[in-house]
Design a protein around this ligand. Sequence first.
Ligand SMILES: [Zn+2]
Length: 234
Amino acid sequence: VIIFAKLCLDNVEIEVVRKKVKHLYLSVRPPAGEVRMTVPPSLDRETIISFARAKLAWIKKQQAKILARPFPLAPDYVDGEIHCFFGRPYVLQVLATTGRPRVEVNTGASLLLLFVRPRSTKEERQKLLDAWYRRQLKAVIPGYLEKWQKVTGVAVDEWGVRKMKTKWGSCNIRARRMWLNLELAKKSPRCLEYVILHELVHLLERNHNHRFYTFLDQYLPDWRGRKAELDSLV
Ligand SMILES: [Zn+2]
């Protein structure tokens, strides 16, 4: 059984997970520098807090390192680069065309074909691919929203896709507006589905507290695996 608790020390949020472990473990994870402490089941609150306090400088240093890293690693949009689409890697192939610039997927050959004007710039190729990613995401989001709005009984009034540096998604509770990170087009749809549900659950519970995670456990029992997949760098 995993029991979650949340500590907040000096503006640093620390998720505390009780597990059958002998020692305390501390991790700071990408993309947003989330801090998690794994502690033995019976360890008292004072010890946990004093340990976290002693490690605070180290935590902040790790977070700074993670946030300083470009997100994502900047590609050049040239032949042979690997670009992911819905969790699968594709080899980019840049082809010159005098026709309409466009993107095509060759699933069998795992190719992402970028048809661009001759002598296109890196920025033009990036813009074309981003616009395509955005359309692919926008095509599948409504289905997941409909499914999970029915299950949770809450709904957003508005949603959109945009580039975000440190978050996979966000939900403005008052405006009932959800933003999803454009980068989700590169991750598997399982991850996208988790983010959509996560943000919807914020309409039921604002904070990442026990109640919040109880909702997640209830609606999507395998959400931790999906989150781990999302946080992994590949
Ligand atoms: Zn959240």
